[in-house]
Structure formats: C-alpha cells, structure tokens
Design a protein around this ligand. Structure first.
Ligand code: ADP
Ligand code: MG
Length: 327
C-alpha cells in the first residue's frame, strides 16, 4: 500500500504482458476484469488481499476484518456497475487465530452476505508463519456492454463523487493518535467509516450505461482521479470547496484546516468517482436519489493532462503527496 508506484510498475512489467492477449483483462488497469460469457451478461471478477498490519490494524476485531475484506471487493464490483453474485475466500492463518475468532469472522460474513445478496462459493485455508492474510475474489454480473471502465472519460465530462471524502483518513489518524477529535460522536463516525466501508452497489448498478468512466476511491480521491485521467488521456480540474465532507470531517477541518489536502489524497473512502456528460446531470441526480446515496459534482474533465485541485479562487492547491500520483 505504501509504495503504489512501485506496485504499478511491477504489474506493468511482469504481469500486464500475461494479460496482453485478452481484452477482458482491461490491460490490468481497471477495478476488475470483464469476462464475456454470454450474449446478455458479462461477468465481472476482482480480487483483493488484506494483510494484518498493512491493510488493517493488527488488533482489529474479526468482524471488522471480515467486513472490510468483503466490502472492498464489492466496491470494485460497484465501480464497474456490476451486481454482486458470489465470492471466494482464501485465508492464511497464523497460529494465534483460534476457533472463537473464526466463528466471529464467519458470522460477520454471514451478515454481509445477507446485506449484499452474495454467497460464498469456494476458497482455500492455509497456515502461515506470517501475519493474517485474507484474500477475497468477488464475482458480479452486468448487462453486456454496460460495464463502466476507467477509460471512458471524455473532454467536457462532469466529475462526480458519491458520499463524503476524507472520513477514513481522519478515522485512521484518530485511531493511531495523530488526530484528537473533540466530540466522541464525531470520533466514532470517522473510525466507523474506516472500519465499515459501504460499497456503493445500488448506485454503481444504476450508473452502468450512464457514466462514461468510473473507479472506486481506494487510493485517495486525487490518485483515483489520476487513474481515470491516465486511462483516457485527459486531465481533471477538481474544485476543493465542493468536495463533499461529512459533518465530522467539517468539525475536524474547523479545528485544523491543514487536514484538507490529506483528506483529498488519503485513501479508503470506497466512494464512487465517475464522469458523465453534461446532459446527464439531471438523470444522475435521479439515480442517486433512487439509490439513496448523495452524489456531488466536483469538477470537469479537461484537456491538459494531470489532476488539479483548485481552491476557491481557482488557484491550484499544492498537495504533499502529489509525487505519489505521478503529477
Ligand atoms: P483496486 O484498488 O481497484 O483494487 P489495484 O490498484 O489493487 O485495484 O490494482 C490495479 C490493477 O492491477 C487491477 O486491474 C488489478 O487486477 C491489477 N493487478 C494487481 N496486482 C496484480 C497481479 N499480481 N496480477 C495481475 N493483475 C494485478
Ligand atoms: Mg478499485
């Protein structure tokens, strides 16, 4: 996680050539693969591995680990516009994991299965001398030709994001003692957003065939906007003043506004970031309403490459981690 550019370079060098023969791999540059299996539907397949101490704090509860592991995968399905169908679970267990822990882990998966209408269909269980590792592969389906990839952004498209941005970054900072949150309710809300991501499946499905490009925000709003722009050979202008921030996030910013750049570049929001033509604005508001999710227009797809985050006077904000996203 800490060294994403190195990870992306490795994938380009070693693994992308293995996928070069198939359009279905989307060049290993999208949220999921898109398998053509019939005339009516395409299968959408994605996998994510979570390692204790890297992708979640090692002392998190089995419930949090189970929910995060499944939901980050469902978020990738949502980002393609897909409906979840089934998942596989591969576990590498250190000896410290006991039966009661596994029962609680499974019970949380059962609750999430009911919430997201998805079932377990396979997996693998091994022991490891290393940290707990949970790898989930999720499979979804989407009407043929309607999946939303990262590469469809067009000049002049509006840029939208669901929900609120930066809560998980603040939640992690609160958990690790780097941020003091005065109101307990705000602290609970921010940490909850880190621990319990909410994959935007209902919204993603409605955007299939409507949005031009879509990604889920896992690396951070700016980095994920860069992923969309790189794929389409365009740029983006994002207005920081309209990026949606939760009440708890606003309270943190009121105490220390310097958190804003970190909220825009930190990860784990698991919101949907998408582009759509100007004319689709009204339709998107309707779809967001029927999905029960807030959607905010935050910027425009532009000709000049790179992602610029502009302050209220239209000046670009300097982002500490801009090197991380190649711009
Ligand atoms: P996301 O954040 O949406 O889960 P990632 O940033 O983890 O996506 O991965 C980016 C792309 O690289 C995805 O298309 C993923 O399938 C691909 N990828 C990552 N690691 C590998 C690997 N070891 N082999 C093949 N493809 C990979
Ligand atoms: Mg993704």
């Amino acid at each position: 996680m800490a060294d994403r550019p190195r990870e992306f370079a490795l994938i380009e060098r070693c693994f992308a050539p293995l996928a070069a023969a198939s359009d279905e791999a989307l060049a290993l540059r999208d949220d999921a693969a898109l398998l053509k299996v019939g005339r009516r539907h395409d299968l959408v397949v994605t996998t994510d591995a979570l390692v204790a101490g890297v992708h979640f704090l090692a002392d998190e509860t089995p419930e949090v680990i189970a929910a995060r592991a499944l939901r980050v995968n469902l978020s990738d399905l949502a980002a393609m516009g897909a409906e979840p169908k089934a998942y596989l679970l591969a576990l590498a267990l250190p000896t410290s994991i006991d039966d009661p822990w596994l029962s609680r882990f499974a019970a949380q998966l059962a609750r999430d299965q009911a919430t997201y209408s998805i079932g377990l269909v396979g997996g693998d269980t091994v022991s490891t001398p290393g940290p707990l590792t949970v790898c989930i592969t999720a499979v979804g389906k989407v009407a043929s030709g309607c999946a939303v990839t990262r590469s469809g952004a067009k000049l002049g498209d509006r840029i939208f994001v669901s929900g609120t941005i930066g809560d998980a970054t603040l939640g992690l900072a609160a958990l690790t003692g780097r941020l003091t949150v005065e109101a307990e309710a705000d602290r609970v809300a921010l940490i909850g957003r880190l621990r319990w991501p909410e994959p935007r499946i209902a919204l993603g499905r409605r955007l299939a065939g409507v949005a031009h490009a879509m990604i889920d925000v896992s690396d951070g709003l700016v980095a994920d906007a860069c992923h969309i722009c790189e794929q389409a050979g365009v740029g983006a202008d994002i207005r920081s003043a309209v990026v949606p921030v939760s009440a708890a996030g606003r309270a943190a910013l009121a105490v220390d506004p310097s958190w804003l750049p970190r909220m825009l570049t930190g990860g784990d929001d698991y919101e949907l970031l998408f582009t759509a033509p100007n004319a689709a604005g009204e339709r998107i508001r309707e779809l967001a309403g029927s999905a029960g999710v807030c959607v905010t227009e935050i910027g425009l797809v532009a000709r000049e490459p790179g992602v610029r985050v502009l302050d209220e006077s239209g000046e670009p904000i300097r982002l500490e981690r801009s090197g991380f996203v190649h711009f």
